[in-house]
Design a protein around this ligand. Structure first.
Ligand SMILES: Nc1ncnc2c1ncn2[C@@H]1O[C@H](COP(=O)(O)OP(=O)(O)OP(=O)(O)O)[C@@H](O)[C@H]1O
Ligand SMILES: Nc1nc2c(ncn2[C@@H]2O[C@H](COP(=O)(O)O)[C@@H](O)[C@H]2O)c(=O)[nH]1
Length: 189
């Protein structure tokens, strides 16, 4: 079986995780690729389901062991990375990994797997909408919100590096558009 991979990226707050969760719920062939991260777990997050939470020393050991397909220091000095073992585990189950990562990481993983990858950039309707969504999500301090918005302006300039751009203005419409791209890519009727 060909080892396909679906890469979804966007600036923080654009809604990629929301769309990915809806896809995972409706398409059992897809499996969430759980990343490693050195940030602390938020309320309700579960180790091994949302992230593999680890210390910086553990993360460095994995870098030294070449365990990552890609990794980045994404925000506030925190590392995030896609584990090769996670992709292999999903392929062994004859399923397709859904990778939900930042734009820089998505560009490097696309480079690595470009022949087998579908890459989708989720675009927010505006920076004001991003600000409102991140504020409402209630996960950020004022400083981390500004950091994410600052990075978003830069990341938006890379949207055309990806196979498709989907504007997440109305969630249901954006979800249906992404689902059609995924089903076409996987040749599912
Ligand atoms: N179309 C939409 N309209 C309004 N709110 C939305 C829409 N899509 C998602 N949201 C909300 O915006 C917030 C950010 O969404 P989400 O966490 O999915 O973003 P993200 O791109 O995965 O961010 P991060 O990269 O920080 O994980 C969530 O509270 C979500 O419920
Ligand atoms: N380059 C990578 N980026 C990743 C990975 N896993 C998640 N992310 C991205 O980090 C930010 C912040 O996430 P949050 O959970 O702290 O809000 C977000 O854009 C994620 O998509 C990864 O393995 N590599």
């Amino acid at each position: 079986m060909e080892k396909k991979i679906i890469i979804i990226t966007a600036p923080s707050g654009a809604g990629k995780t929301t769309i990915v969760r809806k896809l995972l719920a409706s398409m059992p062939v897809l499996a969430f690729s759980v990343s490693a991260a050195t940030r602390s777990a938020r309320e309700g997050e579960v180790n091994g389901r949302d992230y593999y939470f680890m210390s910086v020393d553990e993360f460095h050991a994995k870098i030294d062991a070449h365990a990552f397909a890609e990794y980045e220091m994404v925000y506030a000095g925190k590392y995030y990375g896609t584990l090769k073992s996670e992709l292999e585990r999903i392929w062994e189950e004859r399923r397709i990994p859904m990778v939900d990562i930042d734009v820089k990481g998505a560009l490097s993983i696309k480079e690595k797997y470009h022949q087998q990858a579908l890459t989708i950039f989720i675009e927010p309707p505006s920076i004001d909408a991003l600000r409102a969504r991140l504020s409402e999500r209630g996960t950020e301090t004022q400083a981390s919100l500004e950091e994410r918005l600052g990075k978003a302006r830069y990341e938006l300039s890379f949207s055309h590096e990806f196979d498709h751009i989907v504007v997440n203005d109305e969630l249901e419409r954006a979800y249906e558009e992404v689902k059609k791209l995924v089903t076409d890519f996987l040749n599912i009727k």
